[in-house]
Design a protein around this ligand. Structure first.
Ligand code: ZN
Length: 311
């Protein structure tokens, strides 16, 4: 569009708005077209992504989360109702790195129709951990390193600015505020972790979701099931965990809200380790609970881990 036309067009639009607001009769629309009451319509997959999307978008966006509390993203298959929500969203935000393992083809096909963004896309490869079971793939559970989630926050702000350029500076300033909240959460997590002697910092959980957490906050991490939940815990993984608990005198091990408890309960029974409070691994807690936001989920996990492992 040439500049002259744009100026004339803008002046005409402004004239129509002035006429309309003055109550004059005109055949032009009374206000510029504003789809969805002006709010950017976002579909986010996990609760963690949806929460970051809300924090950064504020009143400018309407965020729907596909997966509620306790839902396992590795195995999630979209329902017919989800397909409608995915199609009607203006922007889709998903974790990526194969977390939503059953939805890759759907995202690929939707990406030809609208903006579909993996929120982990800007994390430098050298800060990603390998997926031990699959060559060339990376562990998707990046939200457990709060510093990596700061990068995710900036990616979401950029995706918003691309979709809604006129509010770019608002998204940027909301993201800056959120990042500063995350920085303080990260410091809080380090202070809590330091309450445990180094030899007590061993985190045994149902599945391998906590390697980023372990790297960030100095814990040795063992998951009884693999990185994805689509295979069951093997006998060797169970006996190795029992030996580790006995040899290292580990006080507690942890079930997760989005993973069946059978394997971890079996380890607890056979090792006499205490079963800690369920950790929030791949989903948030209920919306009105302390773990109903990303910040609350990380804080609740860390408090429960430190409390259970404390000598
Ligand atoms: Zn997982």
């Amino acid at each position: 569009m040439c500049r002259t036309f744009r100026v004339v067009h803008s002046a005409r639009l402004l004239f129509c708005i002035v006429l309309a607001s003055a109550g004059c009769s005109t055949s032009a629309p009374t206000s510029p077209p504003t789809p969805n009451d002006g709010k950017l319509k976002i579909l986010a997959t996990t609760g963690m992504v949806a929460d970051a999307a809300r924090q950064i978008g504020g009143d400018l966006v309407e965020v729907t989360a596909l997966m509620g509390p306790g839902v396992d993203p590795h195995l999630y298959q979209p329902t017919a109702r989800d397909q409608v929500r995915l199609k009607s969203a203006q922007l889709i935000l998903y974790n990526g790195l194969h977390l939503e393992g059953k939805m890759a083809d759907l995202f690929e096909s939707l990406s030809h129709q609208k903006r579909v963004v993996a929120v982990t896309r800007d994390i430098p490869e050298n800060r990603l951990l390998a997926w031990s079971d699959s060559a060339g793939m990376h562990d998707p559970h990046v939200w457990f390193d709060v510093q990596l989630w700061e990068i995710v926050a900036q990616t979401i702000a950029r995706a918003y600015a691309e979709s809604d350029p006129q509010h770019a500076s608002e998204y940027e300033s909301r993201a800056a505020k959120y990042v500063s909240e995350l920085q303080s959460l990260d410091r809080e997590c380090r202070t809590l972790a330091e309450q445990l002697p180094a030899e007590q910092r061993v985190l045994i959980t149902s599945h391998d979701a906590f390697h980023y957490f372990g790297r960030a906050y100095g814990f040795e991490v063992v998951g009884i099931q693999g990185i994805s939940t689509d295979s069951e815990a093997g006998l060797k993984a169970i006996t190795d965990a029992i030996d580790l608990i006995r040899n290292r005198k580990i006080r507690a091990i942890f079930p997760e809200t989005s993973v069946p408890r059978a394997a971890i309960e079996r380890v607890a029974t056979n090792s006499h380790a205490k079963l800690g409070i369920e950790l929030y691994s791949d989903s948030l807690g209920a919306p009105d609970s302390p773990a109903g936001t990303y910040v609350g989920m990380i804080r609740t996990n860390m408090q429960n881990i430190v409390e259970a492992l404390r000598p």
